[in-house]
Ligand binder design. Structure first.
Ligand code: PLP
Length: 341
């Protein structure tokens, strides 16, 4: 196997500094779901912690457990899915912060917590309808949360939501619902001190969406939005480079990376890769390798960069096939070994 995903942790650190500086005084929660967007959760978390990140958004309990093992007790870890009672127990043992988006889960967390006072962030559904307490149920759920708090089972430390970040208009509507929900929570006697609404795009562009914290994934990995501002505009750089080497030379040059490693085969004829002799068009993407236009001095073993800060970016590729950079990043197979630098 000749393909590698090179993960440049120095660039990760620079992106984190850039995002943190931009959103300050709001705090950064680094989102590390999907194995840190396929960059490798342990190495990413360890470096981010060294850079001062103290909040991690892990999505599920298994990822959160990896984060806890990496950072010890010195960071907060937010999860927003927990299905079974057993997982809630595990989450309590790991001292996680719970994103609670439905009344049933609120009851389960409170029941499991015993004397441990689970830290709860109540989620209002502001329009995405994925998960979140519906506005019409919010007042009743807030009151119930207050009584569970009074009983010593939970602490409601946060209110949060997730927005589409597709249009400012829609996001503004979501923010109105969010603000109303926060007021209603306070009216119910809750005292949430951590309000969080935005992810990468809204927290970067729109100060009023930052509140106390922003949950940022994409920009910290240097993944810019498709059709949006450039990396330079955002002061970020892609952290990962997908690289491989020349494995055979014929009419075309064979490079050892293909669709089974995660490269969409429909990129053939649409993308160029960086070779020692400059840019070359990709002619075909097969399962385990791709065919690239030849160059005179090509040798077996030559390095070829498929995407990364020195070549096209994951988002550049995504734009060729009308998807988003995250999809390109997340497709990289776990069998492609990660190298950290
Ligand atoms: C993935 C995710 C984020 C991070 O989104 P980016 O656009 O990658 O910054 C934030 N919040 C939630 C709930 C998410 O699922």
């Amino acid at each position: 196997m000749t393909a590698h995903l090179d993960v440049n942790l120095t660039l990760l650190a620079a992106n984190i500094a850039s995002v943190s500086g931009r959103i300050a005084p709001a705090e950064l929660m680094l989102v590390v779901k999907d194995d840190a967007y396929a960059h490798g959760i342990i190495s990413v978390v360890a470096r981010a912690f060294d850079e001062g990140v103290r909040w991690f958004g892990a999505f599920d309990i298994a990822s959160a457990a990896k984060v806890r093992r990496t950072v010890g007790s010195q960071a907060r870890i937010f999860v927003w899915i927990a299905v079974t009672r057993k997982e809630i127990e595990e989450a309590l043992d790991l001292d996680l912060d719970f994103g609670v988006g439905d009344p049933g889960m609120l009851e389960d967390v409170a029941a499991a917590s015993g004397a441990r006072r689970a830290r709860v962030h109540l989620k209002i559904d502001t329009g995405l309808h994925r998960n979140g307490i519906r506005p019409e149920d919010w007042v009743a759920v807030a009151a119930r949360a207050r009584s569970l708090e009074a009983a010593g089972a939970i602490d409601v430390v946060g209110v949060w939501s997730h927005i589409a970040e597709a249009s400012d208009e829609e996001d503004d509507k979501a923010r109105e619902l969010f603000d109303a929900a926060v007021l209603q929570a306070r009216d119910a006697g809750l005292t949430p001190s951590i309000l969080h609404l935005a992810a990468s795009a809204a927290s970067w562009e729109r100060p009023e969406f930052r509140y106390d914290m922003a949950r940022v994934g994409a920009y910290c990995y240097g993944i810019r939005p498709a059709g949006g501002p450039s990396e330079a505009d955002l002061s970020i750089s892609p952290v990962a480079s997908l690289r491989s080497v020349v494995t055979a030379i014929g009419e075309t040059v064979t490079v050892g990376v293909g669709s089974l490693h995660g490269l969409p085969s429909i990129l053939a004829a649409k993308m160029k890769v960086k070779t020692p002799d400059g840019w070359r068009l990709v002619v075909r993407v097969d399962d385990l390798e791709m065919q690239v236009e030849s160059w005179p001095s090509a040798h077996v073993g030559d390095d070829v960069t498929i995407y990364g800060p020195d070549a096209m970016s994951a988002t550049d590729l995504a734009e060729k096939i009308e998807t988003i950079g995250e999809e390109i990043a997340l497709r990289v197979s776990p069998i492609v070994s990660r190298r950290y630098m």
